[in-house]
Design a binder for this molecule. Structure first.
Ligand code: PLP
Length: 731
């Protein structure tokens, strides 16, 4: 398993960036060279804050991060940090006479929203505002357009910053910018500067997610350096012609940051979380350390050395800030360990002996193994003929695995076609940010044509009448035409050549695919194989007749999972894989022509929440169907048919793994809980994980076995797993 590694390069550069910010506020080289100091603090160090912003964007703005909770958590966290920083810096505000300023309230609001209550704090409101704006832009416009919008904002900012001199001759523009400056002292704020860096961070995250990023350090570092030199030239020119009102924003800063970040992504390794906290604390407290160094210099009589020599001054402030931050972060970690209760991480079930899990795993849950899912995609693709694409069928919440978790994961590794059952499932996928084709395999009410068009969904034409009605709505719609070759469910009759041909020349509905469905592809019985071959034959004959009429045959498909397993020689444009994608057979009794190394994605788990001893002869549960024939130990597990664990598995028809041992479920399964006889397991404890589907130690229960016991198929079992279960993804 390739566990993804942490971004060590980014962690380390955060610290460097924090010390660059310290440099901005202490001007280390002034004693020696004004120009040198300008280059360091007004140009080079300007990469620091954009870097922080990009890092946040990288972890927040990705197209695949459609969990709104992430934005809310980020905003909350930054607001808390901002609040604490304001309080921490209050003594300096007092010292500077901040509270004595004129128009206190409007100025305070302005500072709180844009400029920060102390000079360096502007970064915090900027990241709150910029993060929210970037998030919204990406949500509403998509990554590309969001980037353009953010660049436009940045350009507006440029002319209020480094390029102010350019517009100084223009009274109208100057007045406009003066209005702006009434509200915010600078344009390097959350509206003009921050969004573009957030979006760029997100773009890089997407590239990574789509594996477009290759770990090339050299070229990116070189490109970054070239852009850095260009930025240097740009800044020196602007400085020379005295065009700068402020010096935070340059044109070449954008490509320079993009390449720098790419280069840093190359360094992967262990996670150094402390560096993040340390750099943040350095950032927040260094102004206090500046005052501290000055005070100390005065008290010790070392003013000349500690303050007047700019380099030593810088080093003193930097070292003091660093020492303080290290001690602070270390002490905070110690406190947290001592004071706060320790939660067992949700996925480390093996460690959860006496714990009850946390959050998502404290009752019953579905665990999905994304590594297995990715493996299955690879295996299926390898089994498909050249040029055939995988259509991931994620209807019914991805067969209970979580439509978002499944679709986002496979979309990331290049799957570009999805099958759903309903229009609402399709719309949900689009809202999750899924790109590519989404085919609705079932019926769509023609009245919803507008939504089909708006969300770029592909409809299935299930009959001639349906096609005509859909066309009459007047929206440009993509569709695949379904042909009934013998299943007699959806589709035009395979011999309705005339009407099918007509559907190809509709005005608004564009037929981009034609497909059929095999109804006994899962069987290797001779008569069933003959029937499937007949269906296949009917389909191809129809295609031949359409071709004779001069119709260009669009994308074709007919295999679902069993179609691929048992008829791998067919060569279509898509395979619509559902159950195989999830690594399960419909029934454990099935055998298939092709044997693929698919791995089960889903596990169904719960926990022991109560243990009781019962005497021989006592019963358990509704109907008193289970009567103990010995003194027994019974574990109560909070999962039931309300969670999709079938009630007809009652009466000893199912078992569960606890501590790696298989034990029977006894009595009737209730809506919300069931009982397990754990007499034969030595040591069961509250909080122990109970695995109903999946592996525990050496033992494994396959979904297909459970489905067989319940006299159903895996597809039904999984898709019925209730909404009450949370899906926990193992990355
Ligand atoms: C659900 C469905 C599939 C996927 O079937 P599996 O057997 O799970 O692979 C394929 N095609 C159509 C039309 C479907 O409705």
């Amino acid at each position: 398993m390739n566990k993804s590694k942490a971004y060590t390069g980014i962690d380390v550069f955060r610290l460097i960036a924090a010390f660059l910010v310290v440099a901005i506020h202490t001007s280390p080289f002034t004693t020696y060279s004004e120009t040198g100091d300008f280059i360091l603090t007004r140009i080079a160090a300007r990469v620091a804050v954009p870097f922080f912003l990009m890092t946040s964007g990288f972890f927040l703005i990705s197209r695949y991060a459609c969990d709104n909770g992430r934005l809310v958590r980020f905003l909350k966290k930054m607001t808390i940090i901002y609040g604490i920083s304001i309080v921490v810096c209050l003594p300096l505000n007092l010292y500077n006479g901040y509270f004595g300023m004129e128009h206190f309230l409007p100025n305070l609001i302005k500072d709180l929203v844009f400029d920060g209550t102390l000079y360096h704090l502007w970064y915090l409101p900027a990241s709150i505002l910029g993060g929210a704006i970037a998030w919204m832009l990406v949500r509403k416009l998509g990554m590309g357009k969001a980037f353009v919008a953010a660049v436009i904002l940045y350009c507006v900012g440029l002319f209020g910053d480094s390029y102010y001199g350019v517009i100084e001759g223009n009274t109208f523009l100057c007045q406009a910018y003066d209005c702006l400056f009434e509200v915010s002292d600078y344009t390097r704020n959350g509206i003009f500067l921050a969004p573009v860096f957030f979006v760029m961070g997100g773009m890089l995250a997407d590239r990574k997610a789509e594996r477009k990023h290759r770990g090339n350090f050299g070229p990116w570092a070189a490109a970054s350096f070239v852009f850095f030199l260009l930025m240097l030239g740009e800044a020196m020119l602007l400085h020379h012609f005295d065009l700068q009102r402020h010096d935070s924003m340059y044109i070449f800063l954008l490509p320079c940051m993009y390449c720098l970040f790419q280069a840093l992504l190359f360094f992967r390794g262990s996670r150094i979380v402390q560096l993040r906290s340390i750099s943040l604390v350095v950032y927040i407290v260094h102004p206090i350390m500046i005052v501290g160094v000055r005070l100390a210099a005065r008290v010790l009589g070392m003013w000349e050395l500690l303050v007047e020599n700019s380099l030593i001054h810088y080093l003193a402030v930097a070292i003091l800030s660093a020492v303080f931050s290290v001690v602070f972060v270390w002490a905070a970690a110690l406190c947290r360990k001592k004071v706060l209760p320790r939660f067992v991480p949700s996925l480390r079930v093996d460690e959860s002996m006496a714990a009850f899990g946390s959050g998502n795993t404290d009752r019953s849950w579905i665990e999905v193994d994304l590594e297995h899912l990715r493996n299955n995609v690879k295996v299926l693709k390898r089994a498909m003929p050249e040029g055939c694409e995988l259509m991931a069928v994620v209807k019914a919440e991805g067969y209970g695995h979580g439509a978002y978790e499944m679709a986002a994961c496979v979309n990331r590794i290049g799957v570009r076609a999805f099958g759903v059952a309903t229009i609402d499932e399709g719309i949900a996928l689009r809202k999750y940010g899924i790109v590519g084709e989404i085919l609705i395999l079932g019926y769509v009410n023609p009245a919803r044509a507008k939504e089909l068009s708006r969300y770029r969904l592909t409809a299935t034409l299930i009959s001639y009448e349906h096609a005509m009605l859909l066309d009459r709505q007047g929206y440009r719609i993509k569709a695949h035409l379904k042909v009934d070759t013998g299943m007699h469910r959806l589709g035009f009759g395979a011999d309705e050549t005339e009407r099918i041909a007509e559907a190809f020349s509709l005005k608004h509905v564009k037929v981009e695919g034609i497909y059929t469905h095999l109804c006994v592809a899962d069987s290797l019985e001779e008569s069933d194989i003959a029937f499937s071959k007949q269906q296949i034959d009917r389909f191809y004959k129809l295609l031949g007749r359409l071709e004779e009429r001069g119709i260009t045959i669009p994308k074709t498909h007919m295999q679902s999972s069993y179609g691929l397993w048992n008829y791998p020689e067919l060569s279509c444009d898509y395979v619509r894989a559902g159950i195989a994608l999830y690594g399960a057979l419909s029934s454990a009794k099935d055998s298939t022509k092709l044997e693929l190394d698919l791995q089960p994605v889903l596990s169904l788990k719960s926990r022991v929440v109560l243990l009781r001893e019962i005497k021989m002869g006592e019963s358990v549960g509704y109907g008193r169907t289970f009567v103990a024939d010995r003194d027994s130990r019974i574990a109560i597990v909070p999962i039931g048919y309300g969670d999709g664990f079938p009630r007809n598995l009652s009466g000893g028809k199912s078992s569960v793994l606890i501590r790696g041992q298989r034990v029977p479920v006894v009595g009737r399964i209730c809506m919300d809980q069931l009982a397990v006889d754990v007499t034969d397991i030595g040591e069961v404890q509250l909080g122990d994980v109970a695995t109903f589907i999946g592996e525990d130690g050496e033992e494994q229960i396959l979904a297909a076995e459970v489905a067989d016991d319940a006299e159903s198929i895996t597809n039904e079992l999984m898709s019925r797993m209730g909404r009450r279960l949370k899906v926990v993804a193992r990355p």
